[in-house]
Ligand binder design. Structure first.
Ligand code: MG
Ligand code: ZN
Length: 187
C-alpha cells in the first residue's frame, strides 16, 4: 500500500505574500522574502503544498469571489514561474462567526475550523499528523491544531499582527520568520 502524503498547509496573506488587509487588486500581490525558496524546498522534500486562506472580504461585500479566484491564480502563476509549484488553493469566502447577524449560521470552513485542511487531506491522501500548518495569526495555528498538524507561526511585522498580544490562544510548535525557515524544520 502506498504511504500517505505529507503536506505543508500555508496561509496566504502575511505568510506567502505581504499582508494587505482585504487584498483585492492583483497589483497588491507581493511575495514575502524567501517564500519561493521555501516552497521549492517543500516540494524537493516530497511535500504536497496547499494554500488555505480566509477571504471574508467576499461576505463583507468588499470584493467578489471571482476576484479571490483571480488573485489566487495570479499568485500560483507567479510562484510557478519561479519554480515553486502549489498543488491546490482552498479559500473560505464567508463571514467570521462573531460578525454574523441573528439567525445566520456560521460556515464550516473558516479557519480556525480545520475543514479546508481536511478537504485537502481527503483529496491528496494526506497524513495530517505528519503534516504542518504555517500561518501568521491565531486562526491559522488553531486550524492546524484542529486538523492534528504541527504548527508554525510566521513572525511578521509588529504593526500588522503581534502574536505576543495573544500568546495564550496559540502555542505554535515553532515560531520562525519565513518559509525558508519552515523548510529547515522538515525532514
Ligand atoms: Mg494571514
Ligand atoms: Zn467558510
Amino acid at each position: 500500500m502506498k504511504d500517505k502524503n505529507r503536506a505543508v498547509f500555508l496561509d496566504r496573506d502575511g505568510t506567502i505574500i505581504k499582508g494587505v488587509p482585504y487584498l483585492s487588486d492583483l497589483n497588491q500581490i507581493e511575495l514575502r522574502p524567501n517564500s519561493v525558496e521555501g516552497i521549492i524546498r517543500f516540494k524537493e522534500k516530497g511535500y504536497i503544498v496547499v494554500i488555505a486562506t480566509n477571504q471574508s472580504g467576499v461576505a463583507r461585500g468588499y470584493f467578489d469571489e471571482q476576484t479571490v479566484v483571480e488573485i489566487n491564480n495570479e499568485l500560483k502563476k507567479m510562484l510557478n514561474a519561479k519554480g515553486a509549484a502549489i498543488d491546490a488553493i482552498y479559500y473560505c469566502p464567508h463571514m467570521p462567526e462573531d460578525k454574523l447577524k441573528e439567525g445566520e449560521q456560521p460556515c464550516s470552513c473558516r479557519k480556525p475550523k480545520p475543514q479546508m485542511l481536511l478537504d485537502a487531506a481527503n483529496k491528496f491522501n494526506i497524513d495530517l499528523k505528519r503534516s504542518i500548518m504555517v500561518g501568521d495569526t491565531p486562526g491559522d495555528i488553531l486550524a492546524g491544531k484542529n486538523a492534528g498538524c504541527k504548527t508554525v507561526l510566521i513572525e511578521i511585522s509588529k504593526d500588522y499582527y503581534d502574536y505576543k498580544r495573544d500568546p495564550e490562544s496559540m502555542h505554535p510548535d515553532y515560531v520562525v520568520k519565513d518559509l525558508l525557515d519552515v523548510a529547515g524544520l522538515l525532514d
